[in-house]
Ligand binder design. Structure first.
Ligand code: FES
Ligand SMILES: [Fe+2]
Length: 362
């Protein structure tokens, strides 16, 4: 939003601190956008399931005998008991309360003593299904039955990622690093989505991986696309000769609102997943992958180095911002929007904050 001088001001502090705003986000944004559920390799065999929470709902994704992965609200259609918990494998889904039994497709298969109920027809009863898409082996769900497909939200992202990670179908999670941050999820996402702070705060990243003067972030639908040239690749601490195209590039695709795919030189895929806990807390999951999920010293070292440098550096930044947003002395400042864009511009935050405002204010 522009002020009288034509400057674009950062969002008011209450967007990041007010529990009411977070409630609005849960009912609106989180229920209308594509959200990460699990990796498809966690659902390898028919009957494999993974339970997860989204917007105060418990959900589970499960693999059918037809090979399809479906997602359901984790609630029995009898008298609302929860059906499954954690991860596991099951032949059919049996409710622990009165043993109503569902097929892996969600259809009610059997329910004790219901044959003696006049008019009871099991064919009319089915678990409530949730929109599910598999995106490069990652399972995403959307609670909005009418949501546009991911390819509409994030044009070209799938094809671009396929060209950066040609072996994506062979990848499985090797390591998930869990990073609790005492800040609103939007503070963490904004911090991820600009590199105006990189040179000062991320010496390893800014000098070891990227050439900051070539860094840029541009919207592509509801994706924020990070591109850069890499610094001297002969200085890389690992062998990047993967034999794949784009092995000499760094790139990232942030999928609004809470997921990002990153590819490091050597076609190394890694991911960010923000899980908003409440107005003041978010947990960031950093995912690292390898072929078949087998141990890979390069990936392990990258995960460790990233946790010790960029991630650690960012935690202090975002937590300080969250404290600052609660200060009576804070007046939202102008974003540094350079018409030429580039690394020292916050045009990407401007786009992000427009989406945030739309989500909250409608
Ligand atoms: S609530 Fe599930 S069988 Fe009764
Ligand atoms: Fe950062």
């Amino acid at each position: 939003m522009k002020d009288d001088a034509g400057l674009i001001r950062s969002l008011d502090a209450r967007y990041y601190t007010d529990p009411q705003v977070f409630e609005v986000e849960k009912r609106g944004l989180l229920a209308r956008t594509w959200q990460f559920a699990c990796h498809a390799s966690e659902l390898e065999n028919p009957g494999d399931y993974v339970t997860f929470d989204l917007a105060d709902e418990s959900l589970f994704s499960i693999k059918g005998r037809d090979g399809h992965i479906r997602t359901f609200y984790n609630v029995c259609q009898h008298r609302a008991h929860q059906l499954v918990s954690g991860v596991g494998n099951t032949r059919v889904v049996v409710c622990p309360y009165h043993a109503w039994t569902y097929e892996l497709t969600g259809k009610l298969r059997a329910a004790p003593n219901t044959k003696s109920v006049p008019g009871f027809d099991a064919a009319n009863i089915c678990l409530t299904e949730v929109r599910t898409e598999i995106f490069l082996g990652f399972v995403f769900v959307n609670l909005d039955a009418n949501a546009a497909p991911m390819d509409d939200w994030f044009p070209n992202a799938r094809a671009e990622l396929e060209s950066f990670v040609p072996n994506w179908a062979d990848l499985k999670p090797l390591e998930w690093v869990e990073i609790p941050e005492n800040c609103n999820w939007k503070v963490s996402v904004e911090n991820y989505s600009e590199c105006y702070h990189c040179t000062l705060n991320h010496p390893t990243f800014a000098t070891g991986v990227i050439r900051p003067e070539t860094y840029d972030i541009q919207p592509q639908g509801y994706c924020l696309r990070h591109t850069t040239e890499c610094s001297d690749l002969s200085q890389m601490t690992y062998d990047i000769e993967s034999g794949f195209p784009n092995h000499d590039k760094y790139s990232s695709w942030f999928l609004w609102p809470m997921f990002s795919f990153q590819v490091y030189p050597g076609n190394l895929l890694n991911t960010y997943h923000w899980r908003a806990i409440d107005a003041d807390h978010v947990v960031v999951w950093r995912g690292w992958y390898s072929v078949d999920g087998t141990d890979n010293p390069v990936v392990r070292r990258m995960a460790q180095q990233d946790r010790a440098t960029t991630v650690e550096e960012d935690i202090h930044l975002v937590e300080s911002v969250q404290r600052g947003l609660k200060s009576r002395g804070y007046v939202p400042g102008p974003l540094v929007v350079d018409p030429r864009c580039g690394v020292n511009s916050e045009h990407s935050v401007m786009h992000l904050q427009r989406w945030m405002r739309e989500a909250i204010d409608g």
